[in-house]
Design a protein around this ligand. Structure first.
Ligand code: PSV
Ligand code: MN
Ligand code: MN
Length: 424
């Protein structure tokens, strides 16, 4: 399924007048903000290959219809998202959920859809059919060297898949940890994990990065071997300059100050990338911006400030990815909403009057500092984002067009109702 250009044009035409007047008003209120349009156009957020089907919980799974059955169909779905918002021009694969059988064919499909391959993810948190050793008690941390070797070999295999697709980074997330006190020797688990990570690191091509993703808990509920940003940073520092910390918004203990974590990781040059989602309780993997949009803005505020300070390119300096799961929404609508929320937080952060904020901070003018931040946060930046999309050839209102063009209905016609995306 691909949208015809005239369908997008007709949609934009129907909303053009309203958009123009909203944009004019916005630019009148926010002088010079048109300078941000190019930054918004350049900003691309990778879609994970596992987010295109309906997720589920351990209690059940209620699938929709027209879900992609293989990697090619997943890429086609991301192609449609990218046509609609022009901000989803990348895909992140999970191996072995989405093994590219013919890398060349997959590469040429990606080219035709205008997609790039972002970070590639290994999976040593599940046992696969015909696997010799089990990951029940961890992978890279395991007390059994045979298990560790198997997990290292898998990661090296994943790097090879990534090389064939033009990826430039490997994300390692480990479910390793323990569920009961006494189960694990923390120091030995750390040492084993570090030694295993070192072997994987040694297999990275020169221009690759390794992202060490942390998570406070789940599936282990007493300890996690890469539990927080401090532990991830410790591994990344010991590994070397190609290793970085990856922040997944849902992987913190309640009330963690994620924006401060971001600021300090950037200061250390060790922030590698992001997994966006939202949560109320834990790793809920809800639509980005659905629960705590102010937190998302505050994170972007630190990202923009810290990246400017480090002279990093906003679009290419870090790996941006959504990591979410959709249980009750259409996955494609949900992804459009997540991307929109991320763009909004980014645009609002670009609007912060940095000079005035710096001044207020120097004078310890706490109220003024809050006024400045919230003035940006409370600005309706949607006309600016819509304009960036329009200039890139996307739709003024992606969700509206998704519905009026009957994308899901078309996908159901193509693929049927009894579909279940591969992966999770
Ligand atoms: C784990 O909760 C995680 O956030 C990791 O990034 C995994 O790769 C992903 O979700 C899918 O399970
Ligand atoms: Mn994640
Ligand atoms: Mn997660």
């Amino acid at each position: 399924m691909k949208l015809e250009k005239n369908v997008i044009d007709a949609h934009n035409q129907s909303l053009a007048q309203k958009h123009k007047s909203k944009l004019a008003h916005f630019l009148e209120e926010n002088e010079g903000a048109d300078a941000h349009i190019q930054k918004l156009r350049d900003f691309q957020i990778a879609i994970p290959s596992w987010a295109l089907g309906t997720g589920g919980t351990r209690f059940g799974r209620f699938s929709g219809g027209g879900e992609p059955a293989n990697l090619e169909e997943k890429m086609a779905d991301i192609g449609v998202l990218h046509q609609l918002n022009q901000s989803s021009g990348a895909i992140s694969l999970h191996i072995p959920w989405d093994i590219p059988k013919d890398a060349e064919k997959i590469m040429s499909l990606a080219k035709s859809l205008n997609l790039k391959f972002d970070a590639i993810n290994s999976n040593t948190f599940q046992d696969q059919p015909n696997q010799k050793y089990s990951y029940k008690f961890g992978s890279l941390q395991n007390v059994d060297k045979n298990v560790r070797d198997q997990a290292v070999a898998h990661n090296i295999e994943v790097i090879k898949h990534g090389i064939a697709l033009g990826s430039k980074s490997l994300t390692v997330w480990l479910a390793d940890g323990s569920s009961f006190p006494g189960q694990l020797n923390f120091r030995e688990a750390f040492e084993n994990t570090l030694a295993s990570l070192k072997e994987i690191y040694a297999a990275l091509p020169a221009d690759w990065k390794m992202f060490v993703e942390y998570k406070s808990n789940e599936p282990n509920f007493y300890s996690t071997t890469v539990a927080d940003w401090g532990q991830s940073l410790l591994y990344a520092t010991k590994l070397g300059p190609k290793a970085y910390t990856l922040v997944d918004l849902g992987h913190h203990l309640p009330n963690a100050n994620i924006e401060q974590i971001v600021s300090l990781l950037l200061m250390e040059g060790k922030l590698g990338g992001f997994h966006f989602n939202d949560s109320k309780y834990g790793d809920d993997d809800l639509t980005t911006g659905a629960i705590k949009p102010y937190q998302l803005f505050l994170i972007f505020n630190e990202l923009v400030e810290g990246m400017d300070h480090a002279k990093m390119n906003h679009a290419s300096g870090l790996a941006w990815m959504i990591d979410a799961s959709h249980n009750v929404k259409d996955p494609l609508e949900d992804l459009l909403q997540s991307v929109e929320a991320i763009m909004m937080a980014y645009a609002q952060a670009l609007l912060v009057d940095r000079k005035a904020l710096k001044n207020a901070q120097q004078k310890n003018d706490v109220s003024l500092a809050q006024e400045i931040l919230q003035a940006a946060y409370r600005t309706d930046v949607r006309p600016l984002i819509a304009e960036a999309r329009l200039q890139s050839g996307g739709a003024l209102d992606p969700v509206k067009l998704f519905r009026s063009a009957k994308v899901r209905e078309e996908l159901i016609k193509e693929r049927g109702t009894e579909t279940k995306a591969t992966g999770l």
